[in-house]
Design a protein around this ligand. Structure first.
Ligand code: 5RP
Length: 293
């Protein structure tokens, strides 16, 4: 207990110096509560306002995906280079050391695999477990336009947002684009907007080569892009550059990092694009310089 007598007298009141209210710069987030902002600041680097998320949750629908067969061996060296780790609770508990101290975007929707029908999901992780795992964000699939599962996945998303708002944990709405849908700006803008209007604090979607700036402009919260199937390293860096130039606030990339010839060099090259504004060619040079042959 503080002593009552003999304390130094308080004198430094800064009279005449107005208290500053600092603006919270992340897109759309100025009116969120403190805990929500704190978690988002762990995901999005407050200096660059951007993020390089490493997605390795693929196993929950695809099993031991190429590059993720032994997460302990192949992914472990990458983790320190990511701003945020996107994974399932199974992999988090068994293979990700808590001493890394990285923010987690926890995959919380679950329910189907590539062997049956994708997107028939529920919320497979209770909010209490997300809290126990100190999740900075909860990632929920949302299949806008899917004739069978649109309603189901929008309801999952809303439930997650509801629970997340209760405890200050943001929800990442992941736009699932089925084979029957065209990944053009018109569709992606609609899907991203639906997810944001329902209250997701961050949207994950795909890049499209034409009109992507319309997708980001009409989405009131930050967009991060998925990398998609593996392409040559320079092409992946070009996509990251184009997406950032057209308003994306980061990448949530998986296969184009962990399936690269040298994943550790690739994640650093992606960081160079996202955080240092590097040209793709310069980042590719960096990739080749760092690459261990
Ligand atoms: C699956 C996901 C994956 O995390 C995602 O697709 C990102 O990985 P990639 O860059 O390999 O596409 O959200 O639902």
């Amino acid at each position: 207990m503080a002593e009552e007598t003999g304390n130094k007298s308080a004198a430094d009141f800064g009279i005449g110096v107005p208290q500053k209210n600092e603006l919270y710069e992340l897109k759309g987030a100025n009116n969120y509560d403190w805990g929500m902002k704190d978690r988002l600041s762990r995901v999005f680097n407050p200096k660059s306002g951007k993020t390089v998320m490493l997605a390795f949750d693929h196993g929950y629908i695809m099993g031991p995906t190429s590059g993720l067969e032994r997460i302990d061996l192949t992914l472990r060296p990458l983790l320190e280079h990511a701003d945020c780790l996107m994974c399932t609770r199974g992999v988090l508990r068994s293979l990700v050391p808590p001493t890394l101290n990285k923010p987690i975007s926890l995959r919380t929707s679950a329910g189907s695999t590539v062997l049956t029908e994708l997107n028939e999901e529920c919320l497979g992780v209770e909010i209490e477990d997300a809290i126990r795992l100190n999740a900075s964000m909860m990632a929920v699939m949302c299949a806008v336009g899917n004739k069978r599962f649109e309603g189901l996945t929008v309801r999952n998303l809303c439930k997650s947002i509801e629970m997340g708002n209760r405890y200050g944990i943001p929800t990442l709405g992941v736009n699932a684009v089925g084979k029957e849908l065209t990944r053009d700006a018109r569709y992606l803008a609609l899907a991203a907007r639906v997810v944001a209007e329902n209250g997701a604090q961050v949207v994950k979607t795909y890049f499209c080569s034409e009109g992507f700036e319309q997708v980001t402009a009409s989405c009131p919260v930050p967009i991060v892009i998925a990398g998609g199937k593996k392409v040559p390293e320079l092409d992946a860096l070009k996509v990251a550059r184009a997406a950032i130039d057209q308003g994306a606030k980061g990448v949530d990339m998986g296969r184009n990092i962990f399936q690269a010839d040298d994943p550790v060099a690739m994640i650093q090259a992606v960081r160079h694009v996202v955080h240092d504004n590097a040209k793709p060619e310069d980042a590719f040079q960096m990739y080749n310089d760092l690459k261990t042959s």
